[in-house]
Write a protein that binds this ligand. Structure first.
Ligand SMILES: [Zn+2]
Length: 500
């Protein structure tokens, strides 16, 4: 996408609003300068959209997640370039196309899954402190993460994306809040563009070190003016708010215990100068997190988000395990979204989020695998299964979450949380993001009674085919866009170097 007039207007309005019209002029306590934001407008990132038509036919069951939640036996999809043009039975579709994939009645197709919370870089530090709770776990890992380089960020982002793609994910966000040495958010944006995954890059940040009462060591925090300056640069360089865009940018001060209230407010003000730039952070993850909020700010997390201008429809929070009924109501009314991360919450013994109550109240809920050091896997279809199982345990009720509801949260729910109306279900005009699961895989045999429920109830592990933006990125179980074995070897070597 070329630079838009809107982008110019937005940047100019922002600079005028803040008075930062001359080099070095102060912005909300920062030193944002015009020279420092010399972005050339949003650029096109991600794979070049495919050209031509694609027919996927003889689908065993096509799960559309459309308004009627249609599940079509012997279904088909017709795609033109990167957009779905028709959805229906194979008999209703054109007989051929430039590219044809005949699934021979064997594969179940769903919308691509959407991951709303991750820290890609943590694939480099899986299973370190395997039995720690949140705060001790973080304090062990911060000094290791401080050694990361730009190349580590690139490799880990690609490996995490590959793992996600193989488990059915076609769009992911990533919350990168520690940028040591020569690393930057640009590295992961480049990595995701190269591998061909739709991406929301969250420019994370930490600004309060131990000496100021924060959790991280002082060596890994950034100065707030630098954070804001880089945030604006990233938005203006990469954020593409157009329909079917492959790259968007969000802002994400890390958590109440690593940033200042001023940075929360300034980040919100900056994001809101641009169409479609959302806000993301961690919230109410465990009891220590709640205690910290009470002690430092004298508030519960919900009140705190309101006090820093984050109680709004452009915000989504990771975890929200310990929201009370009042906070659930506040979030529903304001349109705040939640990234539910059941495996991480179980792994760190944080608790079980009140997803049944949140959904019933109208809170937007998506699914997140969370960082690979607290899950420690990034398998999104497995995360959906765990979400269903954990909700049933929490409520001691099978209505805690149905199998189809888990799939809905993983697709439609994720799209709502990321603020996208072009992904999450399959219908004419939607982005061509969909995946195919093999109904003859070992653990699916005998599931003919309800193959859609089987997707969640059985141990489904990986997809056979995946299309992102109309491009085949997984073919017969193998990633087409990267040499996976070489990537795995390089990432393993980077992980070993980092921890020794
Ligand atoms: Zn997280």
């Amino acid at each position: 996408m070329s630079e838009t007039a809107e982008g110019h207007v937005s940047r100019r309005r922002f600079l005028q609003t803040t008075g930062a019209v001359a080099a070095g002029a102060p912005f909300l306590g920062s030193t944002l300068a015009r020279e420092a934001v010399a972005g050339t407008g949003p650029q096109s990132h991600g794979s070049t959209p495919r050209a031509g038509t694609l027919l996927v036919k003889n689908i065993h069951t096509l799960v559309t997640m459309d308004e009627e939640r249609r599940e079509i036996r012997d279904g088909a999809l017709f795609v033109r370039n990167n957009v779905i043009e028709a959805v229906g039975a194979t008999s209703e579709m054109p007989e051929t196309a430039d590219e044809v994939l005949d699934l021979k009645g064997r594969y179940l197709v769903t919308p691509g899954l959407i991951n709303t919370h991750h820290h890609f870089y943590q694939v480099l530090t899986r299973v370190i402190k395997p039995d720690g709770t949140l705060f001790p776990w973080l304090k062990t890992l911060y000094p290791i993460w401080a050694g990361m380089t730009a190349n580590d960020i690139y490799l880990s982002a690609q490996l995490a994306a590959a793992e996600l793609m193989l488990s059915g994910c076609t769009t992911s966000s990533d919350h990168l809040y520690i940028l040591p040495n020569d690393s930057s958010i640009d590295d992961e944006i480049r990595a995701l563009a190269d591998i061909g995954m739709r991406f929301t890059a969250v420019r994370g940040s930490m600004s309060i070190g131990e000496s100021d009462g924060g959790l991280p060591p002082d060596s890994v925090v950034e100065k707030e003016p630098d954070i804001l300056k880089d945030s604006q640069r990233l938005i203006e360089t990469y954020h593409d708010n157009s329909r079917h865009s492959m790259t968007r940018v969000a802002l994400g001060p890390c958590s109440p215990f690593t940033i200042s209230e001023g940075l929360m407010r300034d980040s919100a003000a900056l994001a809101r100068e641009y169409e479609g730039v959302r806000l993301h952070t961690h919230l109410a993850e465990n009891q220590d997190d709640i205690a910290y909020s009470r002690e430092r700010y004298g508030m519960r997390p919900g009140e705190w988000t309101e006090s820093v201008d984050w109680l709004a429809g452009d915000v989504w929070h990771a975890h929200t395990v310990w929201l009370n009924d009042e906070e659930i109501g506040m979030f529903a009314r304001a349109g705040v979204g939640a990234a539910h991360c059941p495996c991480s919450n179980m792994r760190l013994a944080s608790g079980a989020a009140p997803i049944r109550k949140m959904r019933d109240a109208g809170v937007k809920v998506g699914l997140g695998v969370d960082g690979s050091a607290s899950n420690d896997t990034s398998n999104l279809i497995q995360e959906a299964r765990q979400a269903m199982l954990l909700a049933r345990v929490r409520e001691i009720d099978v209505a805690g979450m149905t199998a189809r509801e888990a799939l809905e949260i993983a697709t439609l729910g994720g799209a709502q949380v990321l603020g996208r109306d072009d992904i999450g279900h399959l219908a004419p005009g939607m982005s061509a993001d969909f995946v195919a699961f093999d109904t003859l895989a070992n653990d699916w045999v005998g599931t003919h009674a309800d193959p859609v429920a089987a997707l969640i109830l059985c141990h489904t592990d990986s997809v056979s085919y995946s299309f992102i933006n109309g491009r085949k990125v997984v073919d017969d179980g193998r990633i087409t866009t990267v040499d996976y074995d070489a990537l795995a070897r390089k990432t393993r070597d980077a992980a070993i170097r980092l921890s020794t």
